[in-house]
Design a protein around this ligand. Structure first.
Ligand code: SF4
Length: 446
């Protein structure tokens, strides 16, 4: 096995979903949801509700969210979300039992909603969608400022099993540099409130690659997080993306190879530090405390099972079509899309999305497994597709092997080496199909 001479850019694309939303287009004829879901299994669905509001817009963030919610917008948004839930549930029909295997509230910042609004969100999930929130894993994202005692109490009481706090850095100067100003004392207080609720899994998000961050300051954040013994820690590389707060002031020199190297150094330091403190690596970003209690029943398989997304930044997945609403990064565009969503009465059709044919399903399956530390059991792939990954993706897998990124695990398991995992954001794009690649390149970011 030889390692190639040309260094590969390690931070190209975070593949948290394939195909990416920028490959979505208007769906011809706006198909009825009832038709999209006809014949699909409803035995282990995932429910995701997207709340697109935040107190600030962090400089690195390109998620679908806006600052604040004037004039009762959260109420109108929840009204629309309720209408959507009713329409989706109706489309799923009653010919086969509908069962949700897990649920998540993300954003944005779901805890931007007040306590009573969070109650309402849970009611919508339970009464209109039929998700039994207290019986399934329920994950909720929060920011330190909005993780107030009353909101957390509602979430704990309604069955939240995982609370993810977006800390990013415990160093105040770094938080400012990432355009996410916050005081360390407020972060610590929020963490203490989360622990007081008894929600079983605490996740802390941290970011590396922030301007001014050093090995020492990175270690300080890691240790401050470890002091809480969180069940999970996510380490995110900082990306400077177009149209975001940091992207607007992009210094072309910033995105150069020195910065790649600096981020890779921080990544390795962070990974090694967490591994030395009793954490296991689940993926490039995710680390789980080895002695953390299991999260309860979770029989959802992200490679195959369907997803129902509620809210205008949420995607939904059937086995053949992924769909969502319009997408933007620019603040003005996002505000207009949210206003449109809040005014929508008819949610019975899908307007934006992408068909996922068998070839794309193979790519998606491979990516979702290979980018996990435990890798892809080849037998799973064979069972699902009646094919071999080595035959479907010979060039891509050969490239990974030649870079020393594929572990020597025999023919029945495809697993990345530690350096392969470190380069997950370079590996993902290698497997994008020409069609998805072209659609993403054509997408006009707004
Ligand atoms: S990173 Fe999180 S809190 Fe910051 S703007 Fe994005 S969604 Fe909101």
């Amino acid at each position: 096995m030889t390692v190639t001479e040309t260094p590969v850019r390690p931070y190209q694309h975070y593949v948290y979903a394939y195909p990416h939303k920028t490959a979505y287009r208007k769906l011809p004829g706006s198909p009825r949801l009832a038709d999209l879901w006809a014949g699909e299994s409803r035995a282990a669905l995932s429910l995701y509700a997207h709340i697109p509001f935040c107190e600030v817009r962090c400089g690195f963030c390109n998620l679908f969210t806006r600052i604040g919610a004037p004039d009762g917008l959260t109420g109108r948004y929840l009204d629309a979300l309720e209408r959507q839930a009713i329409a989706v549930r109706e489309a799923l029909g009653d010919t086969a039992p509908v069962r949700f295997a897990n649920a998540a509230f993300g954003g944005g910042t779901p805890t931007y909603l007040e306590a009573a609004e969070l109650e309402r969100l849970c009611d919508i999930a339970e009464r209109h969608m039929g998700a039994d929130l207290r019986a399934i894993p329920l994950s909720v994202e929060a920011s330190p400022a909005t993780a107030t005692a009353d909101r957390l109490a509602v979430l704990a009481e309604r069955g939240t099993t995982r609370l993810s706090l977006g800390v990013q850095s415990f160093v105040e100067a770094e938080a400012r540099a990432a355009v996410r100003p916050q005081r360390r004392a407020d972060v610590e207080t929020a963490l203490s409130r989360v622990r007081d609720t008894g929600i079983p899994v605490l996740n802390i998000d941290l970011i590396y690659g922030i301007d001014g961050q050093t090995a020492a300051s990175w270690r300080l954040s890691l240790d401050a997080a470890l002091a809480w013994r969180p069940e999970e820690i996510y380490l995110y590389p900082l990306y400077v993306r177009p149209l975001t707060g940091l992207g607007r002031h992009l210094d072309p020199e910033v995105a150069d190879r020195d910065w790649d190297e600096a981020r890779l150094r921080r990544y390795r330091e962070g990974r090694d530090h967490l591994l030395a403190h009793g954490y296991e690596q689940v993926s490039m970003r995710m680390f789980r405390r080895a002695d953390a209690p299991p999260q309860g029943p979770d029989d959802y398989t992200c490679q195959t099972d369907g997803m129902i997304g509620l809210g205008c930044g949420a995607r939904s997945y059937t086995s053949k079509v992924h769909y969502s609403f319009d997408y933007a990064v620019d603040m003005r565009e996002i505000r207009a899309i949210i206003d449109d969503y809040a005014a929508t009465e008819d949610f019975s059709r899908a307007s934006v999305g992408r068909a996922v044919d068998e070839g794309e399903a193979r790519r998606r399956h491979l990516l979702q497994s290979l980018l996990q530390a435990e890798g892809l059991p080849v037998a799973d792939y064979r069972r699902r597709f009646g094919a071999e990954p080595y035959e479907d993706f010979p060039a891509e897998l050969e490239t990974l092997a030649s870079r020393g990124w594929l572990a020597d695990t025999g023919t029945e398991l495809l697993r990345l080496t530690p350096e392969g995992l470190a380069h997950s954001d370079a590996i993902g794009p290698e497997f994008f199909s020409p069609g998805v690649r072209a659609a993403m390149a054509d997408y006009e970011l707004r």
